[in-house]
Design a protein around this ligand. Structure first.
Ligand code: R5P
Length: 314
């Protein structure tokens, strides 16, 4: 097996490599002054089972091009199988025509990765599970839910009886239910956002009882932080004892760490390390990160050995 790291999240790649006791292959991935990406794999990969690790996080287009060009280089170097390991799959939120004359960019990106020469994809918590179907190659969608369930138990000192898992929107109910199940079927609540009239601000209704409960908001992406901060406030207004948020992909665009730091209703945000941290995130003091390197390394090991990946979540 050979592991190649893009530039999006070198720390996560090194963690995976360490766990697999396989050093990252020598490769140069650089950007010329005019913005073009250049990749040179400096080791023989002929006939190898190669895993290219790259999140298509900010700057999304540069990181996507790095991934595509690395796959192309590996195809031309006669690697026997290329797996695109994409801990965070960007463009996933553009997964349907949201209006007339708009693209389905998630499908386009899936086509690009396949056309570049990837044989398989390994990713984590796709925004919508059906994006797997956008790829015409085997695609494993891992779940960070077990990693978060362990962290919740630790933060709650093993006492999860007072915990209610909350989905921040109706679309996230299946995800929230899976976390509730891992915590021993704790109660579930849903934030139902509604704009009753155009131009009038959204009303947040809470479906379920959250009074005197430790609420755990569970989502796949935190970007501006608006969804979480508003949901946390709505839960506190309904009498919640505390609100913690657990989110797989900490996109945390400009200004989000500050917004989260200022949100009095939100006690803490825990994200995975699928996206590399920034100085702003590290300085926030309220954002904690849990590692998914172990989950990815074990999945890579199983793919390389032709073992079941889904059984990781039984
Ligand atoms: C939406 O469907 C996603 O699951 C997230 O809730 C959303 O992307 C979060 O965005 P923001 O942090 O900007 O509110």
């Amino acid at each position: 097996m050979k592991l190649i790291s893009g530039n999006s999240n070198r720390k996560l790649s090194e963690n995976i490599a360490k766990r697999l006791a396989t050093p990252l292959a020598e490769a140069e991935i650089k950007t010329f002054k005019d913005g073009e990406v250049f990749v040179e794999i400096r080791e023989n990969v002929r006939g190898e089972d190669v895993f290219v690790i790259q999140s298509t996080s900010h700057p999304a287009n540069d990181h996507l091009m790095e991934l595509l060009i690395a796959i192309d280089a590996l195809t031309r170097a006669s690697a026997s199988r290329i797996t695109a390991v994409i801990p965070y799959f960007g463009y996933a939120r553009q997964d349907r025509k949201a209006g007339p004359r708009t693209p389905i960019s998630a499908k386009l990106v899936a086509n690009l990765i396949t056309t570049a020469g990837a044989d398989r994809v390994l990713t984590v918590d796709l925004h919508a599970g059906q994006i797997q179907g956008f790829f015409d190659i085997p695609t494993d969608n891992l779940f960070a839910v077990n990693v978060f369930a362990d962290r919740i138990r630790a933060i709650q000192n093993g006492r999860v009886e007072d915990v209610t898992v909350v989905s921040p929107d109706v679309g996230g109910v299946v995800r929230a239910r899976s976390l509730s199940k891992r915590l021993g079927n704790v109660p579930l609540a849903i934030v139902d956002k509604r704009r009753e009239q155009a131009g009038v601000s959204e009303v947040m209704n809470i479906i379920g009882d959250v009074k005197s409960r430790h609420c755990v908001l569970f989502d796949d992406i935190v970007d501006s932080g608006g969804t979480l901060c508003n949901a946390a406030q709505a839960l506190m207004d309904k009498g919640a004892k505390s609100v913690f948020a657990y989110v797989t992909h900490g996109v945390l665009s400009d200004g989000a760490p500050e917004r989260i730091a200022k949100a009095a209703a939100l006690a803490r945000l825990v994200t995975s390390d699928s996206i590399q941290s920034t100085r702003e995130i590290d300085a926030c003091g309220k954002i904690e990160r849990v590692e998914i390197g172990g989950l990815l390394a074990e999945s890579i090991r199983r793919i390389a050995n032709e073992e079941s990946v889904s059984s990781l979540f039984d």
